[in-house]
Design a protein around this ligand. Structure first.
Ligand code: SF4
Length: 345
């Protein structure tokens, strides 16, 4: 059952500022939901969307890249509207080639995905023959097509271990996130697996322009200002795998978007939480966990995610633009890497 206007109204009443936004945009939201029903559209929403955009998706249709990729693969609706960035909508199209996949703003990119081409992956394969290639989902189809496995931040470690085991290689090529590569390398040390990733011994980096901004000093300042001592039972700082290693070290917990949400759900004693990730995620969790104070520092945000607005969603649905297309051969080859991941985890 798709989410209804009254449910959005009720859900946002726990967050008064968000509810005021809802009342101001109620007519617009109602028109979007009408179009969704009339055209039989599945609306998927990433955790980093603005709360009003996020609320357009029901609980089964919101989440991180992995959850949304799975949902896109299993739907029988003819149209998918993807409220997220382009590589996510492209992944949905690869998994559902016979569906019409729309993105409200095709310019919604990603600093991790942009810098790399298929030639970069081919050059690494040539330098490290026999090493399997594991590619983070934050990449475009041309990179995935040259990869053996795809992964998300929720399963990157397990996919790398699986790839090493399956191929018998002690080296694994990991694209394109340099900071996540460094964080994973630490975890892989005991296993004796060497991770090869951009920026390790060359000058071409892949970094999330949001998560790279967090520093250890920033976390120490948050701890002091908001009274979140390290290891406190009722307060915690959670960080994303895409943050620098010294930030991960200072955190109380490090995980993917979905793992951070699970941490909050599994620790009902929490009273105050700081999430070192895109700031809208804290806004979205605030309405679900009204008893927790989510400290927000919204000078750190993703400008690509912010391109998705209610106005653009309405335009996209009304006119059935902007449709995502992928070259069939590229789609076939990248689907193999994505489906391997979905089959394992
Ligand atoms: S938050 Fe970072 S990884 Fe996610 S879309 Fe924005 S730039 Fe890319």
């Amino acid at each position: 059952m798709d989410i209804q206007l009254e449910q959005i109204d009720r859900a946002l009443q726990t967050a008064p500022d968000q509810h005021l936004d809802f009342l101001a945009k109620r007519d617009l939201i109602e028109r979007i939901l009408e179009l969704r029903d009339r055209k039989n559209v599945l609306i998927l929403g990433h955790n980093y969307m603005h709360p009003l955009v996020y609320q357009l998706s029901g609980h089964q249709e919101r989440g991180d890249s992995l959850a949304l990729a799975r949902r896109a693969a299993e739907t029988d609706k003819p149209i998918i509207l993807f409220n997220g960035v382009f590589f996510m909508a492209e992944t949905a199209k690869i998994l559902s080639p016979d569906k019409k996949v729309l993105i409200p703003d095709p310019e919604a990119g990603c600093s991790l995905a942009e810098p790399f081409t298929a030639e970069d992956v081919l050059a690494y394969k040539e330098r490290f023959p026999g090493a399997p290639v594991v590619t983070y989902v934050n990449s475009y189809a041309n990179i995935k097509a040259e990869s053996d496995y795809c992964c998300t931040s929720a399963n990157a470690l397990q996919v790398v271990l699986y790839a090493a085991r399956e191929t018998g290689s002690r080296q694994v090529i990991f694209f394109p996130d340099s900071l996540m590569g460094a964080n994973l390398q630490k975890e892989l040390q005991p296993e004796g697996i060497e991770l090869i990733f951009p920026g390790k011994d060359d000058k071409k980096f892949g970094r999330c322009e949001v998560h790279e901004k967090f520093t250890r000093q920033h976390l120490l300042d948050i701890r002091k200002q908001y009274n979140i001592p390290k290891g406190a039972p009722d307060a915690a700082i959670l960080v994303h795998w895409e943050c620098p290693p010294e930030v991960v070290e200072e955190a109380d917990y490090c995980g993917s978007t979905s793992q951070m949400i699970k941490y909050v759900a599994d620790h009902p004693q929490l009273k105050r939480v700081y999430l070192a990730t895109e700031c809208e995620m804290a806004a979205n969790l605030a309405s679900e966990y009204p008893s927790i104070e989510f400290v927000r520092t919204c000078n750190i945000f993703c400008e690509h995610m912010r391109r998705i607005t209610l106005e653009k969603i309405l335009f996209s649905l009304e006119n059935e633009v902007y449709e995502v297309t992928v070259d069939p051969d590229l789609a076939r080859r990248s689907r193999t890497a994505i489906e391997r991941m979905l089959a394992i985890f």
